[in-house]
Design a protein around this ligand. Structure first.
Ligand SMILES: [Zn+2]
Ligand SMILES: [Zn+2]
Length: 175
């Protein structure tokens, strides 16, 4: 699979895939024309902001979101108290808390963060050293700006959650 990326149209991020590099059958496919500098500026992501229910913890994510997906794993379900959680990945360096600090909970070698006052689930790290950070899409100020592209950990999905959105499903994680 190619490297997924996003472009922005009117505030909505759309997933696209680059052709496989070096794969014979894709070699002759013309890439889309390079955007001009002005177009590139229009395509740059606006920082996405979000925070918890009570307003004690706020954050900002400046880079491109990717891997926007619904996770049906048991840990996400229990941690959120909801049937599944929708996540967006950001480079860790592009993400910062702008007000307050969350409570970090280490569980199953992963690190989840929550507002210490109201409990809103905010972020997920696969490890202390992870360079990627997942953010709960529903804690964004404008959750509509991101478009989920997949369901993951579907083998843990509750049977009464019926998927009808036509998105790709993965039994576990993507890899
Ligand atoms: Zn809070
Ligand atoms: Zn999960």
């Amino acid at each position: 699979m190619g490297t997924p990326g996003f472009y922005s149209t009117g505030g909505t991020y759309v997933l696209f895939r680059l052709p496989h590099s070096g794969a014979g059958s894709f070699r002759n496919i013309a890439l889309p024309p390079k955007p001009s500098c002005a177009e590139l500026r229009l395509m740059s992501p606006k920082p996405l902001t979000g925070g918890c229910l009570c307003g004690q913890v706020c954050y900002e994510a400046a880079g491109w979101p990717y891997n926007v997906a619904h996770c049906h794993c048991e840990d996400c379900r229990r941690a959120s108290g909801a049937p599944f959680v929708t996540w967006a990945s950001f480079k860790r360096a592009d993400f910062r808390f702008t007000r307050g600090q969350p409570r970090q909970v280490h569980w199953a070698n992963r690190i989840r963060s929550f507002c210490p006052d109201c409990g809103t689930a905010l972020t997920f790290l696969a490890s202390e050293e992870a360079e990627e950070l997942d953010v709960t899409v529903a804690s964004l100020d404008d959750s509509k700006a991101l478009q989920p592209a997949a369901h993951i950990w579907v083998e843990d999905k509750l049977p009464w959650v019926k998927l009808a959105d036509g998105l790709p499903t993965h039994p576990r994680s993507r890899t």
